[in-house]
Design a protein around this ligand. Structure first.
Ligand code: XMP
Length: 506
């Protein structure tokens, strides 16, 4: 069994970043809700535990606590912010509100880092209202700052450590190294994990799960489903049927491009189903985003079921669900949480579907999926594509989805993509807003709808910032859209980060 670090999530906005940093240190890790069943956590045989930050105060009633089996495990534990306070509280220390809350950059001083921190001064990122006032027995201070005398603490014998600051965020310079030291030097995990190392194991586990059965892979043209289906094809060969559903909600030129680049990797077996009429028909009159997703999810499954009618049971559906889909909705019940996001993955799968799911990428981040794709020889034109949601343009066409509005959106989106060609951005798309405004073209008054441009920089799509595009590029895009797309007379640029917004508008 490979070495695994278990990260317990106490609700911090940056818990997933801890997972990323640990994986960057080439150590595999999984994120669990803090109250996940012990058997789920123990099933990965953790080499050590990291406890995330979180919004609660440990001295409040019902504050989340560290499960006893972790404290008694004898394995190394690293608590970050709330995680540190929870350790102090559990082991007999004292936590209290700090006199002043501390947010932002701070400098810590380390005399003896206990193998966890480098000796000297270092910039870190603080974000806390509470602090550890009295250390538990056996603990020493290993770093201090002006406002935090206990910026880092440790009990070297028990191998339990606490950091008041956040090593996972990039503003903590050298934070990745701190986490590497913890997982490799202190927990003793071997640094030999890489995303592509999952390939042989993923193929074996697909073979085990599907056994003598057959599967259908739903390809959307996006990176995740392409990688998942090529993995499944390597595992199952002829027993895998690959379908690409043209929902009528695809981007300009997408059907032809996807079919041409993906089919050869699937033994030439990619079946393209034109289901645009039924998808668009079922969306008539629907404007609510959640209802759009449900209607689309339902149609997808009915199309897959039709395509799989001749396949003998048990039947499996291969999906490109990735880790953010699982983590973003993780809650008390991991099974339920996972299911909700599986729905999210194609936009709301009905409960009565006649398939078991195969999700070979459910523990990988987006850029890790790309590494797996490279290992599987997927062409760059597929791997470098921007993510595209399962419900397609329906959730970018705000208001009612009609043929005319879809065509406007497609043309605007195409202009944006063409103009951006040399700018590397994580994701860029146009959104059609059902908002009319007054304009003037020539001597005529116009009253047209609005295109919003969404262009983001992000590594893992769980947080994102809007891209600072050059103004002349934005001007060119805007002018082309109002000139070339009928009935659009206004273009706006979305300058909201995620959080608080999401990347998509619906
Ligand atoms: P949000 O909007 O949640 O998006 O910030 C994060 C990333 O996920 C994509 N996304 C989806 N992908 N089905 C998908 O397969 C969906 O229903 C869906 N909704 C959002 C989005 O494009 C972004 O890359």
């Amino acid at each position: 069994m490979r070495d695994t670090i278990a990260i317990l999530d106490f609700g911090s906005q940056t818990s997933h970043l801890i997972a990323r940093r640990v994986r960057e240190a080439q150590v595999y890790c999984e994120l669990f809700p803090y109250d996940a069943p012990a058997e789920d956590i123990l099933a990965v045989n953790p080499s050590g535990y990291i406890l995330s930050g979180g919004p609660a105060s440990i001295y409040e009633e019902n504050a989340p606590r560290i499960p006893g089996f972790i404290l008694e495990s004898g394995q190394p534990i690293l608590g970050i912010c709330y995680g540190m306070q929870a350790i102090a509280d559990a082991l007999g220390g004292e936590v209290a509100p700090a006199q002043s809350r501390e947010y932002g950059a701070a400098e810590i001083h380390v005399d003896d880092g206990d193998g966890l921190l480098e000796v000297g001064s270092q910039q870190v990122w603080m974000s806390h209202g509470d602090r550890v006032e009295v250390l538990p027995g056996g603990f020493q201070v290993i770093a201090s700052s002006k406002n935090s005398p206990h910026a880092a603490i440790g009990d070297q014998t028990a191998r339990i450590y606490g950091l008041q600051f956040h090593p996972e965020v990039e503003h903590t310079l050298g934070g990745g190294e701190i986490l590497r030291r913890f997982v490799v030097d202190i927990c003793g995990a071997s640094a030999d994990w890489s995303p592509s190392s999952i390939v042989p194991k993923a193929i074996r586990s697909i073979q085990q799960q599907v056994d003598e059965g057959s599967a259908i892979a739903a390809v959307s043209g996006g990176v995740d489903s392409a990688v998942a289906s090529v993995l499944a094809y390597r595992a199952l060969g002829e027993r895998l049927e690959c379908v690409f559903v043209d929902t009528g909600l695809l981007r300009s030129g997408e059907q032809a491009m996807v079919a041409a680049s993906l089919s050869p990797l699937l033994g030439g077996q990619l079946q393209v189903i034109d289901a645009s009429e039924r998808f668009l028909g079922s969306l008539i009159g629907i404007t609510d985003p959640e209802q759009k997703r449900r209607v689309i999810g339902e149609q997808f499954i009915r199309v897959f079921e039709g395509a799989a009618e001749h396949i003998r049971r048990p039947r499996f559906l291969v999906q490109g669900t990735i880790y953010p889909d699982v983590v973003e909705s993780s809650g008390k019940d991991r099974e339920v949480a996972a299911r909700i996001k599986t729905h999210h993955n194609v936009g709301g799968l009905p409960a009565d579907m006649d398939f078991a799911l195969v999700e070979p990428l459910r523990f990988l981040f987006k850029d890790e999926v790309r590494s797996v794709g490279r290992e599987l020889d997927l062409p760059d034109e597929l791997l470098e594509r921007h993510p595209f949601p399962g419900p397609g343009l329906a959730i970018r066409c705000l208001g009612e989805v009609t043929l005319t509005r879809l065509e406007q959106l497609r043309r605007a989106d195409r202009i944006l993509t063409d103009e951006l060609h040399s700018h590397k951005v994580a994701q860029a798309f146009a959104v059609l807003l059902p908002v009319r405004s007054v304009g003037v073209m020539g001597d005529q008054r116009t009253y047209g709808e609005t295109i919003a441009l969404r262009v983001v920089a992000t590594e893992d799509f769980m947080t994102a910032d809007w891209a600072r595009l050059p103004h002349d590029l934005l001007a060119r895009i805007s002018s082309r859209i109002v000139n070339e797309v009928s009935d659009i007379n206004r273009v706006v640029y979305d300058i909201t980060s995620k959080p608080p917004a999401t990347i998509e508008w619906e």
